[in-house]
Every structure is written in structure tokens, then in C-alpha cells.
Ligand binder design. Structure first.
Ligand code: HEC
Length: 691
């Protein structure tokens, strides 16, 4: 479907007649979308008086004012994580390529149950967040947003720096090289449980040089061996290990079995991680530059050195969103796929568009075109003549494990040969771009992507990058894509492009546009009607968190949730969330209030009611003050400011609810107020966008 956009699903029913949205409704929607907060009297007045210009002023404030900006940042980081496809991988499986098997994040039969404390979970979050934080920081520093295609600077924590280095360490997992392990680094674990300062472990003249300790983790639930002997706490026992793959595991809180055999003397178990909390939170810019043969790597375990680094020299190219460890783990390739998925998903993220079978372009060079697909005139040629030369951008510099090993021949584990190609670069032939960059690098790809235009209106070409991101935000706002031929849509995309890809300009133009506010009809509504959508999981949880001033009220990003947090999270996970699909041009943004949504949102509201009504500490609502509590719920949770024509009626409904609940059998003031909160929380304006 070239140009993407609205799918009417073949329905012939005419959309409902368009009805212009009131200012109060538009402000409620846009403020909730951007900062998760309810509108105030002043917000509504500004838009009533000044229309879209008034809304633009408010949007500017929400994006930049210090009280609102962190809320806007959290919204956008969530959007970026999804839009750049950096989330959704299964770390223990999908990192077996980059970080190897029986090492890295492959913890063997006991899985993550044998990993101590929460460093591992925080590192996984870092991997998902790193590119989203990068995109955000580009926005915060007023860089052109198009740098998401070309950046070689990333926001990283110390743990991320260690991870990037770890991917480049030799393939020294226990079964590497036909079973005979490649020995690269020899190290030991002192099983006594006594602490060894990392400074001693790193000091060549210390007797503890490269001896790591095996302190018990703080988290009691960490696997301690069950019926098996772990040797943790055995005075005087110092075991020999080798290889970076298993050493990485020790750093994240897992001590590998010893020896590595079916019946070891000491079983794998949880240990105190070497990565500190700060090592997973100290976000900073790190520039990646090409490593020359004379450069040496810092050691992945040399955390004191890594903490201060702002440049990493690496052998693998890291450019834009399309070569991060997260993206490569999510779209793992292999010797059959040969980075085709990587290339295709990159087009979908960057341009919102990918191959069409009838593409007329014939690439200037077909280097990299697979012989099986190359027969001109076959049904395969239309796509593969462009796709195959394009995948060479990755395949020239990354092997099928997205590492730098390039195995010369197959091994007994079934791994295929993948010798290092003689040439780097590739051919980018897509839409109006047809450039032979053989001999170039992956770094050339970003500008080639930026060169692609939407030519559906030849008098006004617009970059697909601008079109694609305008469309992704349309889906974010309306839960349904906009019509890309809609003149209003094209106006917004062009304004974004003309501002040198200023993301704040895109936000301001789109979220004050009738496309989002519904203030007037546009071609999009004429074709598909004006959408009212459910609040999806992140939107609903962020709104409740921000309005009730409780960080992460659904416990979505708690690394190791408590039992109570698990309950909340379990409920929240039943609310549909934003996602993306393999091969799909549009983001997945469920809009419909299904029975599952009804049930899950009701349970979530009831769960949260207990935390915020008559809570032992720091309560938000008190049943001792019925009228103020109810007035506040109407404004804060339902989003009706005092000036709203529905305000008084909503107060009445909640007051009646409270009275009835209190006089019901078993009713107490607290229970009645909790039930009243749950009712406000499930009101249509709280659970939806567009009312
Ligand atoms: C409409 C465009 C299009 C056409 C037509 C097409 N392909 Fe593909 N092909 C793709 C894309 C895109 C991918 C990568 C998709 C992915 O992995 O997510 C792909 C992947 C593949 C792969 C790798 C599969 C794997 O993951 O192991 C093979 C093999 C392949 N195509 C063969 C063919 C053959 C043979 C034909 C003709 C019968 C054909 N393709 C026609 C677009 C196309």
C-alpha cells in the first residue's frame, strides 16, 4: 500500500456527519496526549478565545516549561521507544546472537531466576530506552530531528557502554569453535562470599587481579541453588573461569556453573551484580567512532574507566536507530534472511513505507542481489532487486549474528559460514533515490533515507521521513492513521520539513491541527470519520500517574516488582498498548473499547482507588472531606474544569454515587470514596481521547 494511510477496511458505510469539536474537548484531548494532565479554566479560555493559535501557545508551554517538560519527555520517550522499534525483544533468547549462548543474557536452565538483584532488569530497560533517550536529547537540544537517521552519538549509561564493548569481544562462549573453547581472558571467582574491591580486581599488581567475588545478592528471591551445590560461601575455594561471555554474566549478577559441564561441582547461582544502580542511570552522550587496528578496547568489566568515557572506538558501525543492539535483537537475522528484515523494518520506521512489487526503479547496480531472485520478470524481482542490494549496507559490516566475527565456515552447532565480504556499503534504490554506495558504509544510509520523497503530488514533493513521522504521531494521537493525501496532513508534514525537521514544530503544528483537535473537517474525516479512541495502556497509566502525582502508578517500569506491584502490573498489562508489527507500515494503536478493555480498566481503577483514597501515607483523597474530594476528582480525573458545562452534573453524579455506596450494606466512608474514585476513573472522559 504505497503512501500508507487510512484503511477503510472496505466498508461502504458513510462516516457519521462531521461535528466540529468544542474548544474544551480539544484541549482535554491534546493536553492529555502531550503531558497527561487535565485542562484548566485558563487553558480552555485561551483556546476558546484564540483557537489554534491559543492552543499552539499552550503546546509550547507544555513542551518547554520546567514543570511540564519532564511529563512531555516521558510521553515522547515512550512514543520513540515504540516508533523506533527498540522494544519487544526477549533478552534471554534474542541476545543469543549478539552476546552469545551460554554467556551474555543466556542464563541456562534456571533462567533469570538465577540472576541476583535488579541490575539485569535495569540493563534491559537501558537497552530499550537508549535510542528513545537519544531522540529525546536531540529534541531537547534543538537538533534537526532527521539526525535520528544519521547520529553516531547515543545516550548511554555505563552499563550500555559495557554492553557495546561486550558485543565486540571474541566468540569465547563455552561451546565456541567446535567445542574447543577459545580462551581469551582468564579470570577467577573467589567463592568465599567475601567482598573484593573492584579496584583490586583491576589492579595487575594485586593478588586479587582478575579475581571476582561472589557476594550473596540482596534480593532474597535470587536462586540460591535449590537442592544443588552452588559453592557460594565456601571459604578458600577459588574457581578458574575463562572467556568474556561468562564474565559478562558475573557482572550482571550471575555466576556460571563450574566447571561448565552437565554435572558441575558448583552450580550456577545468583550473585551481587557489579553494575551499580548509578551505572544504569548515568545517561550521557557517547560518540561512537571507527576503531583502527592500533586502538585497543577498554575492558567491558573496567567499570571505573567506562564511567568517565564519552567516546567509544568500535569495530561495528553504529548509526541512527537501525543498528542499535535493541533493533538488531528484535529483528534478528540469519543466513537465509540475510538482513532483509533489518532493511525492510528500517524503511518502515524511517519512511513509513517499504517495498512494493510493482516498483519500477531498476537499481544502478545490483551488487548483492541474490541469484534466486534476480531473474528479471519474476514476481520476486520487483522487490528483491532493490531489497537485496540495500541489505548489503548491514551485511558488509555485520555478520548474521550482528557481531564482527564473520565465521569462515559452518560449525557443528549448525551455524552457517558467513565470510567477511570484500566490499562494504550497498545500493540504495527506492522511490526517487538510486545511488550506488558500494565501498561506502552503513553511515551513508541515513542521508540516503532522508533523500526519499513522496511524489504523490509532483508539484510539492515532501520527504518520506517527514511524512512518516507525521503519520506515526497521527496514529499516536488519534489511534488511526491520517489520510496522507489530505492537504492538511501534507501542510503539517511540509511545515516539519521546512523547519529543518524541528520536532517541536511538528508537535505544535500537528496537535493544533484539525487533524487532531477536530475543530473543523478535513479530508481524513470525510473519508474515515472522526475517531474517539480508548486511552491505551501507557496513555492511561501516565495520565493517572501525573494527575495523582504518583510516579509509575501502574508499576510498568519497576525492575523487580513487589507482589502488590505485580498485581497492578498484571491488570495494567491487560489494557491494549501501542505496538508495531513486522512488515507493517502503521503503528499498532488499538482504539476500540472491547470487553477486555472494560474489565481491565475497571480493575485498574479499583486497584488504584485503594492507593489514593484514605491511604496510610500521602493520601490524595480523604473520605473526611467529601465535597472537596469529589470536586477534585471531577477536575483532575474526569478532566472537567470548573468552567466546563458538564462540571456541575459530574459532581452530582459522583456525589449520588458516594451516598449510595456509603448506605449500601457493608458501606463505609472509605469504601464509598474508593468506589467514587473508581467511577471517576472509569468515566468516558478519563478512559478515552476525543470526548
Ligand atoms: C512485495 C515485495 C516482495 C516480493 C514480491 C518478494 N519478496 Fe521476498 N522479501 C521481501 C521482504 C520485504 C523480505 C524481508 C521481510 C522480513 O524478513 O521481514 C523478504 C524476504 C525474503 C527471503 C528471506 C526469508 C527469510 O527470512 O529467511 C527470501 C528467501 C525471499 N524473500 C524470497 C522471495 C522469493 C523467492 C520471491 C518470489 C517468489 C519473493 N521473495 C518475492 C519482499 C518481497
Amino acid at each position: 500500500m504505497p503512501g500508507g494511510g487510512l484503511d477503510t477496511g472496505g466498508s461502504t458505510a458513510a462516516p457519521a456527519p462531521f461535528e466540529a469539536t468544542a474548544a474544551s474537548v480539544a484541549v482535554r484531548k491534546v493536553k492529555n496526549l502531550l503531558v497527561g494532565l487535565p485542562p484548566t479554566n485558563d487553558d480552555v479560555a485561551a483556546v476558546t478565545t484564540s483557537g489554534a493559535a491559543g492552543l499552539q501557545q499552550l503546546i509550547s508551554t507544555w513542551m518547554s516549561d520546567p514543570t511540564f517538560q519532564p511529563l512531555f519527555r516521558d510521553k515522547m520517550v515512550g512514543f520513540f521507544r515504540n516508533a523506533f522499534q527498540q522494544t519487544g525483544f526477549i533478552p534471554t533468547e534474542d541476545f543469543k546472537h549478539q552476546l552469545l549462548e551460554n554467556g551474555g543474557f543466556d542464563f541456562g536452565p534456571f533462567g533469570t531466576g538465577a540472576v541476583g538483584d535488579d541490575a539485569y532488569y535495569r540493563i534491559i530497560q537501558n537497552i530499550q530506552d537508549s535510542f528513545a533517550m537519544t531522540a529525546w536529547q536531540l529534541v531537547a537540544e534543538n537538533r534537526p530531528f532527521s539526525e535520528v537517521l544519521t547520529t553516531q552519538r547515543y545516550r548511554m549509561t555505563t552499563a550500555m557502554k559495557a554492553l557495546y564493548l561486550q558485543v565486540e569481544m571474541p566468540n569465547d562462549q563455552p561451546y565456541a569453535s567446535f567445542g574447543g573453547k577459545v580462551s581469551t581472558v582468564a579470570w577467577k571467582v573467589d567463592m568465599s562470599g567475601n567482598a573484593i574491591p573492584l579496584a583490586d580486581t583491576l589492579n595487575p599488581s594485586s593478588p586479587n587481579y582478575l579475581v571476582f567475588d561472589d557476594q550473596a545478592p540482596a534480593t532474597a528471591s535470587g536462586f540460591k541453588g535449590g537442592g544443588f551445590t552452588t559453592c557460594q560461601g565456601t571459604a578458600g575455594l577459588v574457581n578458574d573461569y575463562s572467556g568474556y561471555a561468562d564474565l559478562w554474566q558475573r557482572l550482571v549478577g550471575f555466576t556460571q556453573r563450574h566447571p561448565f559441564a552437565a554435572q558441575p561441582d558448583c552450580w550456577e547461582h545468583a550473585s551481587k551484580p557489579y553494575f551499580t544502580l548509578d551505572d544504569t542511570q548515568d545517561w550521557t552522550w557517547v560518540t561512537i567512532s571507527p576503531k583502527s587496528s592500533s586502538d585497543t578496547y577498554p575492558q567491558p568489566y573496567d567499570l571505573p574507566t567506562l564511567r568517565g568515557l564519552t567516546e567509544l572506538k568500535l569495530a561495528l558501525p553504529r548509526v541512527g536507530f537501525f543498528s542499535t543492539p535493541a533493533f538488531l535483537a528484535l529483528w534478528n537475522t540469519n543466513d537465509s534472511n540475510q538482513h532483509r528484515v533489518t532493511a525492510n523494518q528500517t524503511l518502515l520506521v524511517a519512511l513509513g513505507e517499504s517495498f512494493t512489487g510493482d516498483s519500477v526503479i531498476v537499481p544502478v547496480s545490483t551488487t548483492g542481489l541474490d541469484a534466486n531472485h534476480s531473474v528479471d520478470g519474476t514476481e520476486c524481482f520487483g522487490c528483491h532487486k532493490s531489497l537485496d542490494p540495500m541489505r548489503s549496507f548491514w551485511a558488509g559490516q555485520l555478520d548474521y549474528n550482528d557481531r564482527n566475527d564473520f565465521p569462515q565456515r559452518g560449525n557443528f552447532m549448525g551455524g552457517a559460514a558467513n565470510p567477511r565480504p570484500a566490499k562494504t556499503g550497498g545500493v540504495f534504490a527506492f522511490a526517487d533515490v538510486n545511488v550506488d554506495k558500494t565501498g561506502g558504509t552503513l553511515a551513508d544510509l541515513g542521508n540516503l533515507l532522508l533523500g526519499v520523497h513522496d511524489l504523490s503530488d509532483p508539484s510539492q514533493p515532501i520527504t518520506r521521513f517527514a511524512m512518516g513521522f507525521t503519520q506515526k504521531l497521527c496514529a499516536f494521537a488519534n489511534s488511526t492513521p491520517c489520510l496522507e493525501s489530505d492537504p492538511e496532513f501534507r501542510r503539517v508534514a511540509l511545515a516539519f520539513e521546512k523547519s529543518n525537521f524541528s520536532f517541536p514544530v511538528l508537535i505544535k503544528e500537528l496537535f493544533s491541527s484539525p487533524l487532531v483537535t477536530g475543530a473543523s473537517s478535513t479530508a481524513t474525516f470525510e473519508q474515515g470519520g472522526m475517531s474517539v479512541s480508548i486511552a491505551r495502556r501507557d496513555q492511561f497509566c501516565q495520565a493517572l500517574s501525573n494527575r495523582l502525582m504518583r510516579t509509575d502508578i501502574c508499576s510498568i517500569s519497576v525492575p523487580l516488582p513487589t507482589a502488590a506491584q505485580k498485581t497492578t502490573l498484571g491488570i495494567a498489562n491487560n489494557i491494549p498498548a501501542d505496538a508495531f508489527g513486522r512488515g507493517s507500515e502503521n503503528l499498532v494503536t488499538p482504539a476500540d473499547p472491547t470487553l477486555f478493555f472494560r474489565a481491565a480498566s475497571e480493575m485498574l481503577c479499583e486497584d488504584i482507588a485503594i492507593k489514593v483514597v484514605d491511604a496510610a501515607t500521602n493520601t490524595v483523597y480523604s473520605s473526611a472531606d467529601v465535597s472537596n474530594s469529589i470536586s477534585d476528582m471531577v477536575q483532575r480525573i474526569m478532566g472537567y474544569p470548573l468552567s466546563d458545562p458538564h462540571y456541575a452534573q459530574a459532581v452530582q453524579i459522583l456525589t449520588d454515587h458516594y451516598t449510595a455506596a456509603k448506605s449500601a450494606a457493608g458501606g463505609t466512608a472509605t469504601k464509598a470514596m474508593q468506589s467514587t474514585f473508581a467511577a471517576a476513573c472509569q468515566s468516558p472522559t478519563s478512559l478515552s481521547f476525543g470526548l
